[in-house]
Design a protein around this ligand. Structure first.
Ligand SMILES: *Cc1c(COP(=O)(O)O)cnc(C)c1O
Length: 377
C-alpha cells in the first residue's frame, strides 16, 4: 500500500458492529469482563482504548514500524521515551533541538541524572566524538527548528549500530508523508502530532512509533506506567487529520516554493533557510532521504525592529507559536518558541532576533505573497 492509500486504509478504518466508516469515539474508561481476568482485549483505557488503538495502528503503518503509541502531547511522548533510560545514562542530541526538548533535558531530566550533550548532528564526526561510555542514544531532529538543518539519517543509524545505541528521530517537521526514518535505520520515531499530523490547530498530542517488538513492549510498559496517554476524542481528531495529511503537505509545499521565490528577490531579506534551496547546505541530503522539503521557512530581516514590524503588519499570517496547520503562522523564534534557550546560546546557534519563522498554510499563495510584500514594505 502506498502512502496516500495508507492514510485512508492503513489503520482500523471502520466499525465492525455498525458499518460506520469512521472509527467511533470510545469515550470510556473501563470495560466489562466476561469473567475474572477474562476480557475482550481492553481492561482500562490508560492501558488501551479502541479509538486510541486505531490511531496507533495507522501511525505505525505510516512510519513502517512495529507499533505506535499516542500521548497527551509531543512533550509527553518525548518524556516517556526518555523513561527508557536509567539515571547515569547519556544521550547525544541535536543542538538546535525544539526548545521544549532542550528545557526537558536541561531543567527536568538532569535532576534524575540523565545526562546529555548537544552537538551539531549535521556533522557525523561531531556525533561520534561526543559518544561516551554511558551513551545510550542519539536523538535527532531533521530538519531542525528553526534553522532547518539536515542530519544524515543513514549515517546516524550506522553510528548508533556501531556503538549499540538507540537512534531516536523527532520527525515532526518532515511528517511521515515525506520521510520515514525507520526505513533509514531509526529505532524510534516520534512526533508532536499537534503540528502537521493534526493539522488544524485544534489538538495537542504526541505519537511514537518503534521498530521492534522488544521496543514495543518496553514503550507500552512505560506508556501504561507513566500514563501520559491521549484521550479518545483527540485520538479521533488525529485520525481525521491523517486522512488529508498527503493533500495538505502537497498544497503546503507548493505554496512554500512560491513564497521562497518571492523572498529570494527581496532586498530586506538577508538570509533564507529552506532545504529546498540548492544553496542550502543540506539540500542534496534532504532530497535523498525525504520526498519533500516541507512547509517551514526561516528568514532573517536583519533586526529585531524590522521583524517585529513585519509581524505587526501581516494579515493572513497568524502571529502564534506552533506550526503545521492549514492557516499560515508566523513567529520570531528568539522571542517565542526558543525563548527558553539562553540568549548567548541562541546567538551561538544563529537564532538571531531578526529571524522570522513561517509555517506556510494552504491559503492562496498570491494572497500570502502580497501580504508579506506589504508587511516588508
Ligand atoms: C511542538 C514540538 C514538540 C513538542 O510537542 P507538543 O505537542 O507541543 O508537546 C516537539 N518537537 C518538535 C519538533 C515540535 O515542533
Amino acid at each position: 500500500m502506498r502512502a496516500k492509500t495508507k492514510m485512508i486504509h492503513g489503520g482500523i478504518t471502520n466499525d465492525e458492529n455498525t458499518g460506520a466508516v469512521s472509527v467511533p469515539i470510545y469515550q470510556v474508561s473501563t470495560y466489562k469482563q466476561d469473567g475474572v481476568g477474562n476480557h475482550r482485549g481492553y481492561e482500562y483505557s490508560r492501558t488501551g482504548n479502541p479509538t486510541r488503538h486505531a490511531l496507533e495502528t495507522v501511525i505505525a503503518n505510516l512510519e513502517n514500524g512495529e507499533a505506535g503509541f499516542a500521548f497527551g502531547s509531543g512533550m509527553a511522548a518525548i518524556t516517556s521515551i526518555m523513561m527508557l533510560f536509567d539515571a547515569g545514562d547519556h544521550v547525544v542530541m541535536t543542538d538546535d533541538v525544539y526548545g521544549g526538548s532542550y528545557r526537558l533535558m536541561t531543567k527536568v531530566l538532569n535532576r534524575y541524572n540523565l545526562d546529555h550533550t548537544f552537538v551539531d548532528t549535521s556533522n557525523p564526526r561531531s556525533v561520534e566524538a561526543s559518544i561516551q561510555e554511558n551513551t545510550k542514544a542519539i536523538y535527532i531532529e531533521t530538519p531542525t527548528n528553526p534553522l532547518l538543518k539536515i542530519t544524515d539519517l543513514k549515517r546516524m543509524a550506522e553510528i548508533a549500530k556501531k556503538h549499540d545505541l538507540l537512534l531516536i528521530v523527532d520527525n515532526t517537521f518532515a511528517t511521515p508523508y515525506w520521510q520515514q526514518p525507520i526505513d533509514h535505520g531509526a529505532d524510534i520515531v516520534l512526533h508532536s502530532a499537534t503540528k502537521y499530523i493534526g493539522g488544524h490547530s485544534d489538538v495537542v498530542s504526541g505519537l511514537v512509533v518503534v521498530k521492534t517488538k522488544e521496543l514495543a513492549e518496553r514503550v507500552h510498559f512505560i506508556q501504561n506506567s507513566v500514563g501520559a496517554v491521549l484521550g479518545p476524542q483527540d485520538s479521533w481528531l488525529l485520525m481525521r487529520g491523517i486522512k488529508t495529511l498527503a493533500l495538505r503537505m502537497e498544497a503546503i509545499e507548493a505554496n512554500t516554493k512560491k513564497i521562497v521565490d518571492f523572498l529570494q528577490g527581496h532586498e530586506k531579506v538577508t538570509t533564507i533557510y529552506y532545504p529546498g534551496l540548492p544553496n542550502h547546505p543540506g539540500h542534496e541530503l534532504a532530497g535523498k532521504q525525504a520526498t519533500g522539503f516541507g512547509g517551514m521557512i526561516s528568514f532573517d530581516v536583519g533586526s529585531e525592529k524590522t521583524a517585529e514590524q513585519v509581524l505587526e503588519k501581516v494579515k493572513y499570517f497568524t502571529l502564534a507559536e506552533s506550526l503545521g496547520a492549514v492557516e499560515s503562522l508566523i513567529s520570531v523564534p528568539a522571542k517565542m518558541t526558543h525563548a527558553s534557550i539562553p540568549a548567548d546560546r541562541r546567538q551561538e546557534l544563529g537564532i538571531t532576533d531578526g529571524l522570522i519563522r513561517v509555517s506556510v498554510g494552504i491559503e492562496d499563495a498570491e494572497d500570502l505573497i502580497e501580504d508579506l510584500e506589504q508587511a516588508l514594505r
